[in-house]
Design a protein around this ligand. Structure first.
Ligand SMILES: Cc1cc2nc3c(=O)[nH]c(=O)nc-3n(C[C@H](O)[C@H](O)[C@H](O)COP(=O)(O)OP(=O)(O)OC[C@H]3O[C@@H](n4cnc5c(N)ncnc54)[C@H](O)[C@@H]3O)c2cc1C
Length: 405
């Protein structure tokens, strides 16, 4: 019976980040429980992302966490569906100089990366035949694409093997942080939640409305907020300042019978559209800068493809002329003010890892290991994420991350 147990740590949220943290805690012999309202993750960002993994960031801590993750993903390459086919990033004149400026730091931290001229881009990817507006590019061969579901299941399987537990259909509606421990009040559903019921709960600003279920009390020495785009709810329950905004991002799958991009990894165009081969289709995403914050999951459908994706792809590649929209979806980015994650100790007995701002899959291993060390030993170990603690916003020590896909 989970209800009567006292845990060392309870992790709220078991997406790719919470599952990685649970694994890290179990590896350090801490009695761990991860609680999620929907372990299948139907609305979670871990379910809705593009699977990109790269370490071509501009901030040292972000590169370090991604490099650690990449090295881990390499070890389990086949199990995780990790395809290290690189990231090809095309820059316009306004951004290329900054990209080049950060190459020495990336190399210093072990990230292989080369700069390419527009002609070299065309030689490497002949399908990119319209070179207008490309000032230069970078290619980072150890980056690539991963299957986020396999990654999440890998973390969970290892965590379970080491004694961690996972509790499904339990929604945290109250947090009481006392002097001797933390009490969580959860509403637990008797049956799997309907899609409509889950969406109703997860699109409200605060604890959602229950279908059929019961209240459940859980107790631990410490808790971790790993509830992704819903971390604002936990902050509200704890009366801690929230820094995070959920923002909708859309992706579409398109059919292109003419082109096969399977030999390439992720390609990011100067226009901001990003794409890669996905089975027999192409997965493409674009993030309109004017997207308002909020818990919105509606996918704009074919108009999104026709207005945002297709014109940008065809402007770059003639072979993209005859694309057909197949399907698409929307998920949430969890965006912090400086576009870097918030990781560390939030307050006494409360830890956090969220607001990855589009980087949660690629940083999940590094973040999980770093935080698990902090919780188990009271200080960071081999991976130091102290720059990402929430007090950076009060100290004016933001970790601004410029590249944002
Ligand atoms: C379109 C799109 C493309 C992206 N592309 C990439 C990419 O290429 N590479 C990359 O690294 N990242 C990408 N991301 C970002 C990445 O998906 C996220 O950063 C990452 O999945 C966050 O993982 P998480 O575990 O923190 O959150 P989530 O996966 O959202 O998990 C949070 C969990 O918490 C649960 N939860 C929330 N509140 C409660 C509560 N009160 N009680 C119980 N459970 C609760 C939810 O059910 C959910 O399962 C993308 C995101 C989107 C939307």
């Amino acid at each position: 019976m989970i209800a009567g147990q006292r845990f060392d740590v309870i992790v709220i949220g078991a997406g790719v980040v919470g599952s990685s943290i649970a694994m890290g805690l179990a590896e350090r012999s801490l009695r761990t429980l991860a609680v999620d309202v929907d372990l299948s993750g139907r609305l979670s960002s871990s379910e809705k992302n593009a699977g990109g993994v790269r370490a071509t960031w501009w901030q040292r801590v972000n590169i370090v966490l991604c490099r650690a993750s990449i090295e881990y993903y390499q070890r389990f390459r086949d199990e995780l569906g990790f395809r290290q086919k690189g990231y090809l990033w095309l820059y316009d004149a306004a951004t290329y100089a900054s990209a080049i400026e950060h190459i020495p730091l990336q190399r210093e931290l072990g990230q292989p990366i080369e700069a390419l001229t527009p002609a070299e881009v065309n030689r490497r990817v002949p399908e990119i035949d319209k070179l207008d507006g490309i000032a230069g590019a970078t290619f980072s061969p150890s980056d690539g694409l991963i299957n986020p579901n396999l990654l999440k299941e890998h973390y969970r399987a290892r965590a379970l093997k080491l004694g961690a537990q996972f509790l499904d259909r339990a929604y945290v509606v109250g947090i009481e942080n006392g002097s001797s421990g933390v009490r969580l009040d959860c509403w637990q559903s008797d049956e799997p939640l309907s899609d409509a019921g889950l969406e109703r709960m997860m699109t409200q600003d605060g604890a959602g409305v229950a279908e059929n279920g019961r209240m459940l009390e859980l107790n631990a020495d410490s808790i971790v907020i790993a509830s992704g785009a819903w971390s604002p709810t936990a902050m509200k329950l704890l009366a801690i300042r929230n820094w995070t905004e959920p923002v909708r991002r859309q992706i579409c799958l398109v059919d292109n019978r003419v082109t096969n991009l399977s030999q390439y990894g992720m390609i990011v165009d100067t226009s901001g559209v990003y794409f890669h081969n996905e089975g027999s289709h192409i997965l493409a995403g674009y993030s309109p800068p004017e997207e308002p914050p909020g818990y919105h999951f509606n996918y704009d459908g074919e108009p999104f493809f026709l207005n945002e994706i297709w014109p940008r792809l065809y402007a770059r590649m003639s072979c993209m002329e005859r694309l057909r929209h197949v399907t698409g979806w929307a998920g949430l980015y969890e965006v912090s003010p400086d576009r870097s994650a918030i990781i560390g100790r939030a307050t006494n007995r409360v830890y956090e890892a969220h607001s990855f701002s589009g980087r949660g899959v690629m940083q999940s291993y590094g973040a999980g290991q770093a935080l698990a060390d902090l919780i188990a030993h009271g200080k960071y170990g081999a991976l130091d994420a102290s720059e990402l603690s929430r007090d950076r916003f009060d100290r004016g020590a933001q970790v601004w991350e410029e590249l944002h896909i």
